[in-house]
Design a protein around this ligand. Structure first.
Ligand SMILES: O=C[C@H](O)COP(=O)(O)O
Length: 248
């Protein structure tokens, strides 16, 4: 039985006061973490303060990190720095980082290893472009991304990893994959994990859907057998909407 995980990805939004007010408003309203894991992945500058206000059931995540422990990497943030702040999750390989900041499967793999070495839970993103979906290469694309991202992890690490399947054409566009499309591709991703890491890993790993998820669409997605959660951008920015996502 896989525990659902709903995570907000604020991306580069909210000022400091808005971020704190938001977390104060939701921290005591999120469901018990025995039933569902709930996280907000916020801009790095706010993480320390948000952790202080996270309460019992909400957890805080980062949106990226470097894979090295320290050194001459101007502007970067090390995994150990996030851990020091009490951060729980880190999003890795989001399509926006792949497209705009040269993230590759290789760096995602290094970061995934670095996350585990530092006690962070990686949320590893994958997903196809519109062109790839129309060409019929969706499965090939996510297969390669996931195979490379998780290469070399131990069984226990794969079981703890969270994957977010986010079709790029559905991110911030209002276009959502249908429940069936999302379930089918996530089922395929699970079969890739089984092939690469064994059935025990595939049965345990949690795979979220992301891409224009809203309070009104989350229940239909979560009712699908392969879908274990959601990674939500736009609809995680408003308090009522965020809490609505948790009522699936
Ligand atoms: O990480 C979140 C995704 O990019 C989805 O964003 P969205 O819910 O605004 O489409």
């Amino acid at each position: 039985m896989r525990k659902p995980i709903i995570a907000g990805n604020w991306k580069m939004n909210k000022n400091y006061d808005e971020a704190i007010e938001f977390v104060k408003a939701v921290a005591n309203k999120v469901p018990s973490s025995d039933k569902v894991e709930t996280a907000i992945c916020a801009p790095a500058l706010y993480l320390r303060s948000l952790v202080e206000h996270q309460g019992e059931n909400l957890r805080i995540g980062a949106q990226n990190m470097h894979f090295e422990a320290n050194g001459a990497f101007t502007g970067e943030i090390a995994p150990g720095m996030l851990k020091d702040l009490g951060v729980t999750y880190v999003i890795l390989g989001h399509s926006e980082r792949r497209e705009m900041f040269n993230e590759t499967d290789e760096t995602v793999n290094k970061k995934t290893h670095a996350a585990f070495a530092n006690g962070l839970i990686p949320i590893v993103c994958c997903g196809e472009s519109l062109e790839e979906r129309e060409n019929g290469t969706t499965n090939q694309v996510v297969d390669a991304q996931i195979k490379r991202a998780l290469a070399g992890l131990s069984l226990e690490q794969v079981k703890e990893t969270v994957i977010a399947y986010e079709p790029i054409w559905a991110i911030g566009t209002g276009l959502t994959a249908t429940n069936e499309q999302a379930n089918e591709t996530i089922g395929y991703i699970r079969s890739v994990v089984a092939r690469e890491h064994g059935q025990e890993a595939a049965d345990a790993i949690r795979i979220q859907y992301g891409g224009s998820v809203k309070p009104s669409t989350v229940a239909g997605l979560m009712a699908q057998p392969e879908i274990d959660g959601a990674l939500v951008g736009g609809a995680s920015l408003d308090v009522e909407s965020f809490l609505g996502l948790l009522e699936f």
